[in-house]
Write a protein that binds this ligand. Structure first.
Ligand SMILES: Cc1cc2nc3c(=O)[nH]c(=O)nc-3n(C[C@H](O)[C@H](O)[C@H](O)COP(=O)(O)O)c2cc1C
Length: 379
């Protein structure tokens, strides 16, 4: 449960490095360097940015069919869902929304409008199916660039400890306002807290739900299966949850750390790994959350778009951000925590808390891997 850093930080600090690592495997972070550079097809430029969107467990579940000269069909990759922790595919849909918003920002940077038609063959119900999430057409009309575009390659999910420094409430309000698009669907609202008893309650909830998830075998195993241990596995998969750095490489090389060890929550190394998250929750300087008035698939997409903007606006403000989604997850073992989350964050009846994140001042970190554009484009 330790997280990324040294190896990726080194790779990303060498912007002109070849797209392969010395081992001959693809460079896991090359997608972050000058995305879309040299692309003559505007759709590919936009897609090269869209694949940098935040998404649950870094599954990157995005499939594209290019159609004609200026259209594309966007589907969720049903092979890349998270059935244990995200049984209703709500978070996967949020990740699709984040993808669409980053696509939209890239289109606007070119002075093009992305005309996005959601669920052109109908909304899925309980589970995602093969029907498209969106049909997109690039329209050549004059639109202004959105300043959030500039922050796409600097945006991170930052799981490091944050400084004890307080975060200014007015700054959080500004970040929250930037999350809602100029023509916001009225279904969404963004909230923040940086003090008082509500923050204490949310700190406790974040930790309790994190621990509850570790103690739920199917949910925990889903994360274990997606952990990439060391530079080789990271470069092989270029997705999932990254564990890197000299200690990880060493422990892996001498057989102290592997997927069977990670699966044993009583193992001292594993305990140490997940206990490192306790102070991150219990000392969180601030939290933000996105609520919606309903939980339709369209609203989930909108919430994902808002989350991408929230993360980018935080980046612009110099703030680090880290989702703690466990308490929002819809599997039975989490039901009590989920109810508590909705109560604390005021989302009664049909309303939902769609994203819940820790916010503060964190260290600079390197980017998470990406599989690269060619892995997403089918035709
Ligand atoms: C809907 C959603 C839920 C997420 N939940 C969590 C979470 O509970 N814990 C966490 O550490 N990251 C969470 N993330 C962040 C992703 O893990 C992260 O975006 C992904 O690993 C890629 O890393 P990047 O954001 O740095 O590019 C979530 C992201 C999304 C969009």
């Amino acid at each position: 449960m330790t997280t990324r850093r040294h190896v990726l930080a080194l790779l990303v600090s060498t912007p002109f490095a070849a797209a392969c690592t010395p081992s001959g495997l693809p460079d896991p972070v090359s997608a972050w360097r000058a995305p879309g550079a040299g692309e003559t097809d505007a759709r590919r430029f936009c897609l090269a940015h869209a694949i940098l969107a935040p998404n649950p467990h870094n599954r990157q579940p995005w499939l594209i069919d290019l159609v004609g000269d200026d259209e594309l069909v966007f589907r969720a990759d049903l092979e890349r869902l998270l059935p244990a922790t995200d049984p209703l595919n709500r978070q996967i849909v949020l990740g699709c929304g984040a993808f669409l918003e980053v696509f939209n920002l890239a289109a606007r940077s070119l002075g093009r409008r992305a005309e996005i038609t959601l669920w052109p063959e109908g909304e899925p119900d309980a589970r995602l199916d093969d029907r498209p999430v969106a049909h997109i057409k690039l329209i050549g009309e004059e639109v202004e660039a959105d300043p959030l575009f500039e922050h796409i390659t600097r945006r991170r999910t930052n799981r490091d400890p944050y400084e004890a420094r307080a975060v200014d409430g007015a700054m959080l309000t500004e970040v929250g306002e930037a999350a809602l698009r100029p023509n916001p669907a009225n279904t969404l609202a963004v909230y923040s807290v940086q003090g008082d008893t509500l923050r204490d309650d949310l700190r406790r909830l974040a930790w309790d739900a994190f621990e509850a998830e570790i103690k739920t075998p199917a949910a925990y195993q889903e994360s274990v299966d997606l952990m990439r241990i060391g530079a080789r596995q990271i470069a092989e998969h270029r997705d999932g949850l990254v564990m890197d750095g000299p200690m990880i490489e060493f422990a892996h090389a001498v057989g102290l750390l592997n997927h069977s060890v990670l699966a044993d929550i009583e193992h001292p190394l594993v305990k140490q790994g997940y206990e490192a998250f306790r102070p991150l929750a219990l000392e969180a300087p601030a939290f933000m959350w996105i609520n919606s008035t309903n939980n339709s698939r369209t609203t989930q997409v909108e919430a994902g778009r808002a989350y991408a903007r929230l993360n980018l606006a935080a980046t612009r403000a110099g703030l680090a951000m880290h989702p703690w989604s466990q308490a929002l997850q819809e599997y039975p073992e989490m039901a009590a925590m989920h109810a508590r989350a909705e109560e604390l964050m005021s989302a009664p009846s049909e309303a939902r808390v769609q994203m819940f994140v820790r916010v503060g001042y964190g260290p600079q970190i390197g980017p998470a891997p990406r599989r690269g554009l060619s892995d997403h484009i089918r035709t």
